[in-house]
Design a protein around this ligand. Structure first.
Ligand SMILES: *Cc1c(COP(=O)(O)O)cnc(C)c1O
Length: 428
């Protein structure tokens, strides 16, 4: 017998998987699968761990939750109640933030390829816009002169778990290069914008922080130039997000004390050296706050052995969790009722989508699995439900939140009718 050691909020109760105190098999039975299960407690812990670490070195810190990772309204409300701010990348994310109790002054909009009507919506709602191009600023100023402008700069170095998720450096569409950023600030100043921020976000899902440290250095040197040449004082300096979490058992979690000493302490001393005043330090984690706070439950419906491979056919596919198919991402898989069994077989865990790329886990060593077993896909809280789709005309999954030891349904499972809701049929 093996005894699998698990990290909070996962627990091994005599070989059965519990999540935030509840049996996942019972949750699967009660709510059916595929099912996202979210731990309120873990989200709060993640937020407070990060906040405490950063605030211990620089007290004027604000944590902006980059909500594209998970826009469940209850998740937004939890972070709102913790005192988080919100980073939104689309008007609807702003709308959801406002509906979850974030006041406009607690929301930053960081969009790209932004339309004029979207800019109008943001200005009318009183949301600070993080400018991504000269064009965006010029078009915004034709609508109104906002009191505050932030500029997303490209600090010339990016990082991320996949090419798609590197959002700084030479190949990216995001942000403004140094000289162009200076021009944008000059334009804003001339238009009598009164308050300013500066921003970077170099990518998503990095565990080592060397590139990030270098990017912060570059960002601060650009901030100094803007300050010196244009006499602009920053209300805030936003270092973006992207802090990774370990998906693979061999990966190590982000070293928070290294982060605070190499990033936050240096930030503090550079701000002083460069005479940048007393700006708020913003960081924008998405994944870090929500990823390990959720698992995806899926039931095995088919065990299929071919001359070449063994497949576990489950009811979640890349329509439910796209990260493996889209990024080749690794997600740990546990068999909910067999935690203490030895791994004796190698399976591909595959979904119901009619594409061969519909693989949640490949070549995975697992105990002997039978039809009806429930699998838990770990670290599903970030870019899980939020990237899910209705491909193959499959309704999206339900979401359950564990609150003080009790499960609460926070998103209903979609039904067939939901897929038809916006279609109009034409008489033949
Ligand atoms: C996506 C995004 C983030 C957060 O990325 P994570 O990897 O989830 O931390 C932060 N800022 C901006 C502007 C983003 O687009």
């Amino acid at each position: 017998m093996v005894k699998r050691k698990l990290c909070e909020p996962l627990e091994n109760h005599k070989g059965n998987l519990y999540f935030d105190g509840l049996s996942v098999e019972e949750l699967a039975k009660k709510y059916d699968t595929p099912l996202y299960v979210i731990s309120e407690k873990r989200i709060r812990e993640n937020y407070n761990r990060l906040y405490t670490a950063v605030a211990s070195k620089y007290k004027d810190v604000r944590i902006y939750y980059a909500c594209k990772a998970n826009t469940n309204l209850t998740v937004l409300k939890i972070l709102q109640s913790e005192g988080a701010y919100l980073d939104a990348v689309s008007p609807c994310e702003v709308f959801m933030g406002l509906n979850s109790g974030f006041t406009p002054d607690r929301i930053l909009f960081t969009g790209t390829s932004v339309r004029n009507d979207e800019l109008k919506f943001l200005v009318d709602a009183g949301i600070t816009v993080n400018i991504d191009s000269q064009s965006e600023l010029d078009r915004l100023l034709k609508i109104a002169v906002p009191p505050t402008i932030s500029v997303r700069v490209n600090p010339e170095i990016g990082d991320g778990h996949h090419d798609h998720c590197i959002t700084a450096g030479p190949q990216t569409k995001f942000g403004l290069w140094e000289e162009d950023a200076l021009k944008v600030y000059a334009t804003a100043k001339k238009a009598r914008v009164e308050r300013f921020g500066i921003h970077m976000h170099i990518g998503s899902g990095f565990l080592g922080i060397d590139s990030y440290v270098q990017a912060v250095k570059k960002l601060l040197s650009i901030a100094k130039r803007v300050h010196d040449e244009l006499d602009i004082v920053f209300d805030f300096i936003d270092l973006g997000g992207g802090f990774g979490v370990p998906y693979h058992p061999d990966e190590k979690e982000l070293n928070l004390s290294e982060f605070t000493s190499k990033v936050v302490s240096r930030f503090k001393s550079k701000v002083k050296d460069y005479h940048l005043g007393k700006p708020f330090l913003h960081i924008e984690p998405g994944r870090y706050l929500v990823c390990d706070a959720s698992i995806l439950l899926t039931t095995v419906n088919t065990v299929k052995v071919t001359p070449h491979r063994k497949f576990l056919g489950v009811d979640a596919g890349f329509n439910t969790l796209v990260r493996p198919a889209m990024y080749g991402a690794y997600h740990q898989v546990l068999v909910a009722n067999k935690l203490d069994r030895k791994n004796t077989e190698t399976f591909d865990v595959v979904g119901p989508i009619c594409e061969s790329g519909d693989v949640l886990a490949k070549d995975r060593e697992l105990p002997s699995v039978v039809e009806g077993d429930v699998l838990a896909i770990l670290n599903a809280g970030a870019y899980g439900f939020s990237m899910s789709s209705q491909y193959n005309s499959r309704p999206r999954a339900a979401e359950v939140m564990i609150r003080q030891g009790k499960p609460v349904l926070v998103r209903e499972r979609e039904q067939f009718q939901d897929l038809l809701a916006t279609q109009r049929t034409v008489q033949q």
